[in-house]
Design a protein around this ligand. Sequence first.
Ligand SMILES: C[S@@+](CC[C@H](N)C(=O)[O-])C[C@H]1O[C@@H](n2cnc3c(N)ncnc32)[C@H](O)[C@@H]1O
Length: 320
Amino acid sequence: MEPDWLKHFPQADKSALQALLAEKAAWVGQEKKGFLRYRKPLETVAHIRAQHCDFSSEMVSIGQAGELDAAGQKLIRQTLEAFIPWRKGPFSVFGVEVDAEWRSERKWARLLPELPDLAGKTVADIGCNNGYYMFRMAAHRPACVLGLEPFVQHHYAFRLLNGLAGQPNLHSELLGIEHLPLFPSCFDVIFCMGILYHRSSPIEALKSVWTALKPGGTLLLESQIIPGAEPVALFPEKSYAKAPGVWFVPTASCLVAWLKRVGFQQVRLFCRHTMDSREQRRTAWMRYESYADFVDRHDLSRTVEGLPAPWRAFFTAQRP
Ligand SMILES: C[S@@+](CC[C@H](N)C(=O)[O-])C[C@H]1O[C@@H](n2cnc3c(N)ncnc32)[C@H](O)[C@@H]1O
């Protein structure tokens, strides 16, 4: 069956997408522990729907405490706990506060002054995780936000949250940035945040973003960068800040050059900042190592590998 969101994308390669989605559905539909551990808790709250949601404040709020009795509250807490570790947040779900590893509201606040008008627009959020930013986008009345998130845990965390929130214009699929070629000229706005340095070919990734934007469409890009004026990129030998999946970490000017050479216009760096352990930290909802464990504790400008510690930078760019 055709997913509801596909009607917003007449240019998409429908048959290839439907075949891919059917394959993914069969994969996660298996009776295996790794899938059941998320599917089962999801089913236990399938009957619950929030009456009041608020996506306009820092804490994404889905349902209020008073909407459920004590047993319902307990069930919600247990279900949320089944999805630990929570990476992005904060959320308040029927009054249960999920203090995630990342203070994602800070990233949203940085890009808010540059947010294009999302009303009635088609939007992609690449690597949407549990959908924190998609809920924040929902406050701006987009026609459709499609999250691309290949990780099963994050995919089901979004399904849990939106099952409770019931937002008909928010969707997430088990897809990745590599599937963007199936969406030629489809999106008015693409968010690509925290993704590029995880790609072994960042130029190919940017090309696929360019192709998936409609002409005149806007890219909002956020990435780790290293400080420095030269247009160069760091290539860690094994890991970067303990992450083995990091390939190229550019300077801001290098990233601007990548965007321009891919064909983007009106490329603009609008914010950059250092990282710290107030924004990414261990909490009761994410009990593993976090930022403080990734940098040299005696010299916070270096990672544990002795490399320049990451900054974060935000860019806008247009497909002409
Ligand atoms: C560093 S997190 C960034 C999450 C979020 N976009 C943000 O800015 O906070 C990277 C996200 O990309 C997802 N991801 C991993 N492989 C991906 C791929 N091939 N395409 C798109 N997203 C991917 C991860 O599961 C994770 O949710």
